[in-house]
Design a protein around this ligand. Structure first.
Ligand code: MTE
Ligand code: MO
Length: 506
């Protein structure tokens, strides 16, 4: 049992080490995890995001490790007599890892090395320890009571197993360190602060109501929500990075990071939101994005008639399809972004280059670690469309209550309620609030920054003592009031009014 566990650890760790040396994303353990993410049905993924939030990836890896350990224990127990079962089990897991690496979108000729080494080390370690243990047991049986046995003894088996576990630990750590060879932080430091030629105007006074409980208008980079399918944040060397724009264009373009940086950079304040955001959820954030207008780049390439979408691909093979007509709108301000709040993009937010399209949910527009952009028709479904989500997904008008919080206890009487509302690219016209299903009252809105961003609201309410329910609803500049009907995020975004239960005392 111990032997099988040690062999499994050795297999995983050696694969991780070789992957660290040659091609970090070919680590069989991570590849199985990534493939699991890609194959997971959307509802399960949504559940994982809802339960574990941004810790969903850790949860997956820990779960995988537990499954492998259990399988190893089982195989170890079944291998008491013969090494066959254990060898077969390790071989099976090895092949699974190899298959997972094979189907990775960034599969390259060197990628097979890691899973194959992993398979070989696993089988070898297991057979070696197993035969050692077998002969130790045999020697013990043969030895006369009180006599020293002639063959290898238990101690040696234990020591060898320990050595394999230690070796596995070292190899695993080595793999982590080597995979970290490209250090995004060092590269970001080298790029330094980004100074746009057209910066955003200074934030107007009264842009947020943070003092009464709304978020700050600009979300600090470290607090910006993060959603992606990447178990290991892609690490891209800036010098190696380029973006190919091709397909239904008159002139194919290949842009390097320097090409982008040497263009006149613009800065735009944009609120991004994830389609998986539940009513009242927090998958929404705002930043000053710095970059190159995507529309200019598309016009240089010359979009041909009949083109329907920009099919963008990340370095780790994730894809999004964005309607071309949206990207070509003169007031859309879609960006090839290289900066966020004055700094180069953080690694988790797409370093070195990502797309940002105001007014569209991230899954159809906000490709991080962008490396390829093909102008094409809608015939080709992108990552989430293949999994049952919508092809086109404009952001729905929404609002959220931040104060009071659910189950707050507040003093009876005057209460300041506050929250946010958003209708990117259309703008918020008004937010209304009501208590216990009573009459709607209009809230005070924060100063508008631009129509691509969220807006904060606040209102003074008279709250009688007892259990209370507060609701809010927003109306956008097209006159559309958000519908009361609750609809789940799948396939194109949740609807419904946010409500919060609280108690007034005294
Ligand atoms: N490469 C890549 N880009 C991606 C994704 C992804 O899984 N992989 N997720 C998208 C989704 S669903 C959203 S909501 C936004 C989130 O961007 P953020 O993590 O910077 O907030 O990125 C988009 N870009
Ligand atoms: Mo998303």
């Amino acid at each position: 049992m111990m032997i099988a566990l040690a062999a499994a650890a050795a297999a995983l760790a050696s694969g991780h080490l070789v992957a660290g040396l040659l091609d970090p994303s070919s680590s069989p353990f991570l590849a199985v995890g990534n493939t699991a993410i890609d194959l997971t049905p959307a509802p399960v993924k949504d559940f994982a995001i809802a339960v574990f939030g941004t810790a969903d990836k850790i949860a997956l890896l820990v779960g995988m490790a537990l499954v492998i350990a259990l399988a190893a224990v089982g195989a170890g127990l079944a291998s008491r007599r013969s090494a066959l079962v254990g060898t077969a089990a390790i071989g099976l897991f090895g092949l699974l890892g190899t298959a997972a690496v094979l189907v990775r979108p960034d599969f390259g000729p060197l990628s097979l090395a890691a899973p194959l080494v992993s398979l070989a080390v696993g089988v070898l370690a297991f057979r070696l320890l197993h035969s050692l243990a077998a002969s130790a047991a045999e020697a013990e049986v043969r030895a006369m009571p009180g006599e020293q046995s002639a063959g290898p003894d238990r101690r040696r088996v234990l020591l060898s197993t320990g050595a394999v576990v230690l070796g596995a630990g070292a190899a695993g750590l080595g793999g982590q360190v080597l995979a970290g060879g490209i250090d995004p932080e060092a590269q970001r430091a080298e790029i330094g602060d980004l100074v746009p030629e057209t910066p955003v105007p200074a934030l107007p006074a009264g842009a947020d109501f943070a003092k009464v409980g709304t978020p700050t208008f600009i979300t600090p980079n470290e607090d910006f929500y993060r959603i992606d399918t990447a178990l290991r944040v892609p690490r891209i060397r800036v010098e190696d990075w380029s973006l190919r724009i091709h397909g239904m264009v008159d002139r194919e373009l290949t842009l390097t990071f320097d090409d982008l940086r040497s263009r006149p950079l613009v800065e735009k304040t944009i609120t991004m939101v994830c389609v998986s955001n539940e009513i009242g959820g927090d998958l929404i954030s705002t930043a000053n994005f710095i970059g190159v207008p995507l529309r200019d780049v598309l016009e240089e390439a010359g979009v041909q008639s009949g083109a329907e979408q920009l099919f963008s691909t990340s370095s780790d093979g994730w894809t999004a399809g964005t309607p071309i007509d949206v990207l070509l709108e003169s007031d859309r301000n879609a960006l090839l972004a290289i900066g966020m709040n004055g700094e180069p993009l953080p690694a988790e937010h797409g370093f070195p280059v990502r797309m940002v399209v105001p007014g569209l949910y991230g899954f159809v527009s906000a490709t991080k670690w962008l490396v390829d952009a093909e102008v094409t028709t809608f015939d080709r479904p992108a990552y989430w469309e293949q999994r049952g989500w919508a092809r086109e997904a404009p952001i729905k008008t929404q609002s959220r209550i931040d104060r009071p919080r659910p189950f707050d206890e507040v003093p009876t009487g005057r209460l300041t309620a506050a929250g946010i509302a958003w209708a990117q690219h259309t703008g918020i016209d008004r937010v209304e609030v009501r208590l216990d299903g009573g009459a709607w009252q209009e809230a005070l809105l924060s100063t508008e920054v631009n129509d691509q961003t969220w807006r904060m609201w606040r209102i003074e309410l008279d709250v009688p003592s007892g259990s209370r329910r507060i609701e809010c609803r927003a109306t956008d500049r097209n006159g559309q009031t958000q519908p009361e009907e609750r609809v789940n995020p799948v396939p194109d975004g949740a609807t419904g009014w946010h409500s919060v239960l609280f108690t007034a005392n005294g």
